[in-house]
Design a protein around this ligand. Structure first.
Ligand code: KIV
Length: 270
């Protein structure tokens, strides 16, 4: 089976909506792979799997480990790995060195980085040297301290104008698609109309070229904080709790393990 390629994703502009989800592990990637076009190995892994308060503490090594696992667990989806905070902002050469490391060690198809006009030169440097880049504008979690929280972006005219120029700048610099996070619907529409590459919305309405959600949010596996734009498609957290309760009961009552779960001392003897 061939993976969805970066040029194929670029061609989806204005067509059938692109389906993306986050994934951090091989088993989850393997379950989700038949249904998605793109896996984003997001730095949200820091909050979702490691219990961090923000994505700022995520390291390159963590992203490489999770990225490689998702590549191993999938066959069909295009795997895009997030560059963590501090691994690309310093200079074009720092960004190239670390992005190349991520691609070599994970086997992923592309990397993602956050930022607008200020990252355009870096994006152009990477894309002209063989590194496909997905952009990320609007609410950018790595800038949570500068932005003053996770509130939706672009309600005011000045902020909306800035986000549109950010999207245009990174599209001109060569991103093959861009995540648009946490913006009001009219702005999502304007960004989508302004750029020639697919926009992938998260909390940005149905007027983007595709959608992404954090998998654990939509499966009910992450309850610390659920943004209002998330739809729960399942409540697996509840199913896990019920299974653990049943297991603990059976162990305490010595109902588990039963005879069928034990090795037969006679089996295999001649
Ligand atoms: O880190 C993340 O999960 C993201 C999502 C918006 C895809 O960047």
């Amino acid at each position: 089976m061939r993976r969805m390629t970066v040029p194929q994703i670029r061609q989806c502009k204005g067509g059938k909506p692109l389906v993306a989800l986050t994934a951090y592990s091989a088993p989850m990637a393997s379950i989700l792979d038949p249904y998605v076009d793109i896996f984003i190995v997001g730095d949200s892994v820091g909050m979702v799997l490691y219990g961090m308060e923000s994505t700022l503490g995520v390291s390159l090594e963590m992203m490489i480990g999770h990225g490689a696992a998702v590549v191993r667990g999938s066959q069909k989806a295009c795997v895009t790995v997030d560059m963590p905070f501090g691994s690309y902002q310093e200079s074009k050469s720092q960004a190239f060195r670390n992005a190349a490391k991520v691609m070599k060690r994970t086997g992923c198809d592309a990397i993602k980085l956050e930022g607008g006009e200020e990252m355009a030169e870096t994006i152009s440097f990477l894309t002209t040297r063989g590194i496909p880049v997905m952009g990320h504008v609007g609410l950018m979690p790595q800038s949570v301290n500068s932005l003053g929280g996770y509130r939706a972006r672009g309600r005011g005219k000045a902020e909306a104008t800035k986000i549109i120029s950010d999207a245009r700048a990174i599209a001109d610099a060569g991103v093959f698609s861009l995540v648009v996070e946490g913006v009001v619907e009219p702005l999502a529409k304007e960004i989508t109309n302004a750029v020639a590459v697919p926009t992938i919305g998260i909390g940005a309405s149905a007027l983007c070229d595709g959608q992404v959600l954090v998998t654990e949010d939509m499966l009910g596996l992450f309850n610390e904080f659920t943004p209002s734009f998330v739809k729960r498609f399942a409540d697996l957290g509840l199913a896990v709790a019920e299974a653990a309760e049943e297991y603990s009961k059976e162990v305490r009552q010595r109902h588990f393990p039963g005879a069928v779960h034990c090795f037969n001392p006679k089996a295999g003897k001649k």
